[in-house]
Ligand binder design. Structure first.
Ligand SMILES: Cc1ncc(COP(=O)(O)O)c(C=O)c1O
Length: 386
């Protein structure tokens, strides 16, 4: 049965002016480029979110953030996390931030020893590779294990990286961008053992938490054990699941009283950047956007099935367990240029190059588009391979 998203055309997306669709030019065949790189969805917003933003304008709510609006958002976020993930968070421990990078910056600066390195499993979300360096910290890559289309954390490599670098912070993204992995409870427990052994902490980036498939449920790292709660700061946002990154609102979730006390001392500057419309829209998303989210999850699942059913000889395809980002490994093609450059030129599909994620030879394909547009993108990729 047709879904309303099916009628979203590439031309309409280009006219919309988003970054995702504004790469200039055409491919080698004169076709318009399909934007499949940056992690946002092409779908129109949840009605509750659109209504909240309209209400900001109509109700003159462009002023500074009030404590009451923060509390409403924290309540809505806590209820969502409790209902979806079984994690009962005290709303007082959910704090507003503009985005996840602000959370990472704050955690590095205020919750790790001065000058200490930061560990990051790779491939990774691109800015995590560069932001620690901008803060004067060494970034230590922890390559993930890769077996065919399947990725996992390599705990021996992680253990050795802690030992050799003296790092006190692991950046743990789950569900994982760009491999789409959703970690199991056993994997989370194994991470806790390694982190605990080195007296380190975890920055848990769980921004993709609601976006899981095939019956998988996101397990918040901080909820996995008391030990984990004691060494974790969690960042999340409605920005991925409800597609609101431009509204600049995320959440820092604290999970122990020592960190909560420290945050009251150091959190002001980070919190100050949060946008009032973003807070009000995030409240609406968590509270009244669940039906829309479930519909989107069903649609994305159909797109995953389309990818799974498409023959792409020469590419090793990882269909995501969570997130709407697929990983296409092109190392088998033996290209003498970055694979994203080849497919942008020959297929007119603009993907994130793996090298930007510290996963050279791969590409990150964003599946969150109208299914006919995705079908066109996959046909073009297939033809370019042929
Ligand atoms: C894993 C991950 N973390 C963080 C972010 C940043 O999102 P935001 O800027 O909305 O906080 C993204 C965005 O794509 C992401 O995929």
């Amino acid at each position: 049965m047709a879904h309303p998203f099916d009628s979203l055309t590439a031309d309409a997306m280009r006219a919309g002016g988003s970054w995702k669709w504004s790469t200039p030019g055409t491919d080698a065949h004169g076709r318009g480029l399909i934007g499949a790189f940056v992690a946002e969805m092409d779908f129109p917003p949840a009605p509750a979110v659109a209504e909240a933003v309209r209400a900001c304008a109509d109700g003159n709510r462009f002023g500074y953030l009030s404590d009451a609006w923060v509390a409403e958002m924290a309540d809505a976020c806590a209820a969502f996390w409790s209902d979806r993930f079984g994690y009962a968070v005290d709303p007082a421990w959910i704090r507003p931030l503009p985005d996840v990078l602000t959370a990472l910056t704050s955690v590095v600066e205020h919750f790790t020893p001065p000058g200490s390195p930061v560990l990051l499993p790779t491939p990774a979300y691109m800015p995590f590779l560069t932001v620690p360096g901008m803060l004067g910290r060494e970034l230590v890559r922890v390559p993930m294990a890769h077996d065919g289309g399947s990725w996992s954390l390599d705990l021996d490599v992680l253990d050795a990286a802690f030992a050799s670098s003296g790092s006190k912070l692991l950046v743990l993204t789950n569900p994982h961008n760009p491999t789409g992995r959703v970690l199991t409870e056993a994997e989370l427990a194994a991470v806790t053992a390694v982190v605990g052994r080195h007296g380190a902490r975890v920055f848990a980036d769980e921004i993709h938490a609601p976006l899981t498939f095939d019956g998988r449920v996101h397990r918040p790292y901080a909820a996995s054990s008391e030990t984990a709660a004691a060494h974790t700061l969690t960042a999340t946002s409605a920005s991925k699941a409800w597609n609101l990154p431009g509204l600049k609102c995320g959440q820092l979730i604290l999970s122990n009283s020592a960190d909560a006390a420290r945050w009251t001392e150091v959190g002001y500057l980070a919190e100050h950047g949060t946008a009032t419309p973003g807070v009000l829209a995030s409240t609406a998303a968590y509270r009244d956007g669940r039906e829309w989210l479930d519909d989107v999850l069903g649609y994305l699942d159909g797109n995953r099935a389309l990818l799974r059913g498409t023959d792409l000889p020469g590419l090793s395809v990882t269909v995501p367990e969570g997130t709407y980002l697929a990983w296409l490994d092109a190392t088998g093609l033996g290209l003498d240029e970055p694979p994203s450059a080849f497919f942008a030129r020959e297929a007119g599909v603009v993907m994130t190059d793996g090298a930007a994620c510290a996963g050279p030879g791969g590409m990150r394909l964003n599946l969150a588009m109208a299914r006919p547009v995705l079908a066109d993108a996959l046909e073009r990729i297939s033809a370019a391979l042929a």
